[in-house]
Design a protein around this ligand. Structure first.
Ligand SMILES: Nc1nc2c(ncn2[C@@H]2O[C@H](COP(=O)(O)OP(=O)(O)OP(=O)(O)O)[C@@H](O)[C@H]2O)c(=O)[nH]1
Length: 356
């Protein structure tokens, strides 16, 4: 089951996947066009075998450029492209009639590997191919006896090392920046719990998973009681601390697989996975009591913080997100009307838990 960390990782991986998919499509299309162009030149050069191979692979890549946006697993496609491409580059460098400029293609190795695989796998794949290309170059062209020959080797090696260093550095920074943007896009800045948009997405995912597995879960909406008074009496900063305090108290009791989200000012949502109606009611009662027993200490004073909770259970109360929200919301407002600081769950004897 997902922990909060796992939820972030998967969201980031989703973004990464879609960026890489678009890039791979562009690379397939460019390589396909280039290979078809080279095939025509090879035909003109009477190199029919190589020309035929290039045209087949070029057309396959153009077809793949359309297909790759829909495939389920992207990594095999990336390796399926990079490994043969890098081997083909080495093969071209090995051909006796190959031009010395064939070696410039080796500078594409780190760029493609880092862009498509990230920093670690990019480095691991780049090194052996770059070393192999360097050895081939030294074997075929190097003339260490002359100053001009040494300059050639220096140009080739230093340029390759600098490209590797720059993409390595850039990819590291880019990955960190993306993770932090990802966090900012889905977290509430004040409390550090999920924001409204992300909470809605996670609820939708939870419904989808439960439809497949039939595992029950609960949606809980809660609203801090008389929060305006906290702000009015103690100031906005105390109000902010109270919201952070509430999330801390809830977080201490919930499991790693449960989700807390801030839906608006002082209204929060909880997703309690793998939890049926009875267990949800008991857990939320505990949260409500725990909150009441844990006042916020502000400027040496204990400020009581309580909240009212409305609980809706899937599939018992509703099967879709809109129905669950409506049910939990109605129960929350019934709880406010009954006097606050309580949990309202499904009907019957358990419906009102007067713990005040
Ligand atoms: N400090 C602080 N206050 C906020 C924040 N977001 C909303 N509020 C305040 O929360 C208060 C909500 O007030 P009301 O909607 O009247 O609710 P309440 O006083 O909690 O009353 P009940 O919900 O009926 O118990 C308003 O004063 C808002 O200004 C925030 O991020 N920080």
């Amino acid at each position: 089951m997902d922990s909060e960390h796992g939820i972030h990782r998967r969201a980031a991986a989703g973004l990464e996947d879609s960026a890489r998919r678009s890039l791979l499509r562009l690379i397939f299309a460019c390589t396909g066009v280039v290979l078809c162009g080279f095939a025509l030149l090879q035909f003109g050069n009477d190199n029919t075998g190589l020309a035929t191979l290039e045209i087949i692979v070029g057309l396959f890549l153009l077809w793949s450029a359309r297909t790759v946006m829909r495939v389920r697993w992207l990594t095999p496609w990336i390796y399926g492209y990079l490994l043969p491409t890098f081997c083909f580059q080495l093969y071209i460098m090995l051909m006796p009639e190959a031009s010395v400029t064939a070696f410039v293609w080796v500078y594409m190795v780190p760029v493609l590997a880092y862009l498509l695989l990230g920093r670690r796998a990019g480095l691991l794949l780049s090194i052996p191919f770059m070393v192999a290309a360097l050895l081939l170059y030294l074997w075929r062209y190097a003339d260490p006896e002359s100053a001009a020959g040494l300059i050639d080797i220096g140009n080739a090696v230093i340029c390759g090392l600098m490209i590797l260093l720059f993409v390595h550095f850039y990819e590291g920074r880019r990955a960190v920046a993306q993770q932090s943007l990802q966090r900012m896009a889905e977290m509430d800045g004040l409390t550090g719990v999920f924001n409204r948009a992300r909470f809605h997405q996670l609820l939708a995912q939870c419904i989808e998973q439960s439809q497949r597995s039939s595992d029950e879960f609960a949606l809980v909406l809660l609203d801090v009681d008389h929060f305006k008074q906290v702000n009015d009496s103690w100031g906005h900063e105390a109000g902010d601390r109270a919201l952070q305090h509430l999330c801390r108290v809830l977080g201490q009791r919930l499991r790693g697989t449960d989700v807390i989200g801030r839906l608006g000012g002082e209204e929060f949502g909880l997703l309690l996975r793998n939890t049926d109606a009875v267990a949800a009611e008991q857990l939320v009662q505990t949260l409500c009591q725990q909150l009441e027993r844990s006042p916020l200490v502000w400027q040496g004073q204990a400020l009581p913080i309580t909240a009212t909770f409305g609980v809706a259970c899937w599939p018992r109360d509703a099967r879709d997100a809109g129905g669950l929200y409506r049910c939990a919301d109605q129960r929350l407002y019934r709880g406010k009307a009954y006097g606050r600081n309580r949990v309202i769950s499904s009907g019957g004897a358990l419906s009102v838990s007067d713990i005040a």
